[in-house]
Design a protein around this ligand. Structure first.
Ligand SMILES: Cc1cc2nc3c(=O)[nH]c(=O)nc-3n(C[C@H](O)[C@H](O)[C@H](O)COP(=O)(O)OP(=O)(O)OC[C@H]3O[C@@H](n4cnc5c(N)ncnc54)[C@H](O)[C@@H]3O)c2cc1C
Length: 501
């Protein structure tokens, strides 16, 4: 049933992980008057990982009217300028690079130099085309500066966060309850479907029946409503992305809190290092086809210097792929129940945010009917596939030869047409950024991000360099850029100081 503004009268959210509580907050903020109930299972619990975000978490908090100081201390949260990718490439000078979030100063002043020098490098000139020289947030990160400028700095800087996922869940639950969301505990054991194929109610273990007009499936990888009950197809990304497991453990935090996630390539996957106020969160994401859980745990301990430590490790399985329909009948899947792309770019929260906000828009435009269901599903699928392509590109472009895992990843030709075209443009285009726009190939990432990845790994043709060329003008250009970025950075505070404000 719909109210007179064409919103559902009653929504039931099943699942109280980050996805469930994000959906509850957004719906309660934007669809005032709709009755919203969330049921979660104490026995099943939440996945309890996922501690890095893109700027979408900021967009989410802006949308529900919560400012950084209201939630960050409660969740041991820190700021994030981007991600360092370490040891993914073995090209000399390209062993590490930083993928920054967007800053207006980059777009306006420095990115054109980056693209110009990429082109020159592709033509065989010995110019500096490593991304680390060109972007403000790279400099901020290297100098432990947080992403909030003084008010006198008139340019926008996007940023993400690191946070304790369990504490974030608690904060969001409290906030949603303050907005009028009803919280219930129970195990959903049965889902009732009516004659039209719509969901009508769920039955809990204690016999309680919860009815609603619209249902949000936030049940994690089990996808109880969307996949198990409504039988929506699931498309695995296993052919594109080999990783299916992770082992996680905390380590001691450093005095100076980093402003970045670090992703270090290991022998059969990669390890994340995420700084919270009270600990580092670490995890090794790997493929169980190449290494088993015990070996992965030992390698992670070695990497962290924790071989002798009795710190507990948690082992997790990941299902990588997505449903074909995120909205079907009177049900929307949000979070792991709709799909997951391995966490290399920390995009799951962004996808949950986009799913809920886009759904409200399409549902509203269709006056509460399923008129725009297909368009919506196409939109969300393309966001998933765009992120998948970008993550796959990391593996495709890796330069490591120390294990079959990395060799197989580089040789893997199960990549999408879009990614094939992007790689071909990188090789052949005389204006990579313009052609990405011209052929509508960006997907979920801007040309700058694609160029950071490919230039960051040193994916350039081997050409003989003419030693007689005078590079003093280029050196002056790089010095001027460095000076400009350094002076911009004078407007930013030390990360630790920012967090104690
Ligand atoms: C290794 C790893 C690393 C990750 N890193 C990142 C990252 O850096 N950044 C990022 O954005 N994301 C990351 N993610 C993804 C992130 O963890 C999830 O997107 C996020 O936690 C949301 O999970 P969820 O709410 O969909 O599922 P869950 O946290 O699993 O919650 C599911 C909820 O459903 C409930 N439930 C299930 N079945 C029933 C039932 N029958 N009855 C009642 N309740 C039920 C559970 O009790 C729980 O409350 C990572 C994931 C993994 C696996």
């Amino acid at each position: 049933m719909l109210d007179n503004e064409c919103k559902p009268k009653k929504i039931l959210i099943v699942g109280g992980g980050t996805a469930g509580w994000m959906a509850a907050n957004l719906l309660a903020t934007k669809w005032k008057g709709t009755e919203i109930c969330l049921v979660e299972s104490k026995e099943i619990g939440i996945i309890g990982v996922g501690e890095g975000s893109t700027p979408h978490l900021k967009f989410f908090f802006d949308a529900i009217g919560v400012a950084d100081p209201q939630w960050m201390p409660r969740c041991n949260a820190t700021y994030k300028n981007g991600i360092t990718f370490d040891k993914w490439s073995t090209h000399q000078g390209f062993e590490s690079y930083f993928h920054p979030f967007e800053a207006q100063t980059d777009d306006l002043f420095t990115t054109p130099h980056f693209f110009k020098n990429i082109q020159a490098r592709k033509q065989g000139y010995n110019v500096d085309a490593h991304p680390d020289k060109y972007f403000l947030e790279t400099y901020l990160s290297r100098n432990n500066l947080g992403p909030l400028p003084e008010e006198t700095f008139p340019f926008g800087v996007a940023y993400g966060y690191h946070f304790d996922s369990a504490l974030l869940g608690q904060f969001l639950a409290e906030n949603a309850e303050s907005l009028g969301v009803t919280r219930t505990y129970g195990n959903v054991q049965d889902v009732i479907v009516n004659n039209q194929g719509n969901l009508s109610s769920v039955k809990l273990g204690d016999g309680t029946t919860l009815e609603a007009d619209f249902f949000i499936d936030c049940t994690g990888f089990s996808s109880l409503l969307m996949q198990q009950t409504l039988k929506v197809n699931y498309k695995s990304f296993k052919d594109n992305l080999f990783n299916d497991s992770a082992v996680v453990m905390p380590s001691e935090i450093t005095q100076a809190l980093p402003v970045e996630t670090k992703s270090t390539a290991l022998t059969n996957g990669w390890a994340w290092k995420i700084p919270l106020r009270n600990r580092f969160g670490n995890g090794y994401v790997y493929s169980s086809d190449y290494i088993d859980g015990d070996q992965a745990e030992t390698e992670l301990r070695q990497h962290l210097g924790l071989l002798e430590s009795d710190v507990q490790a948690r082992h997790l399985k990941m299902k990588v792929g997505r449903v074909e329909k995120h909205w079907h009948k009177n049900c929307l899947a949000v979070g792991l129940s709709q799909g997951f792309i391995e966490p290399l770019e920390a995009t799951a929260i962004a996808l949950s945010f986009n799913t809920v906000t886009q759904f409200m828009q399409y549902f509203g435009e269709g006056k509460g009917t399923n008129k725009f269901e297909e368009a919506f599903n196409k939109d969300i699928n393309s966001r998933f596939d765009g992120i998948r392509d970008y993550v796959v590109c990391h593996y495709k472009a890796n330069q490591r030869t120390d294990s079959q895992y990395w060799l197989d990843n580089a040789a893997n030709n199960n990549i999408s047409d879009t990614l094939n075209r992007i790689l071909s443009l990188w090789k052949n285009s005389n204006d990579f950024a313009a052609d990405m726009y011209k052929y509508k190939l960006m997907g979920s990432y801007q040309p700058k991000s694609w160029a950071c990845l490919l230039a960051g790994y040193g994916v350039f043709p081997q050409k003989n360099i003419d030693p007689s060329i005078d590079y003093s003008a280029h050196q002056q250009e790089i010095d001027d850029l460095s000076n400009f970025i350094r002076r911009c950075a004078l407007n930013f505070k030390n990360h630790n100081d920012l967090l104690t404000l």
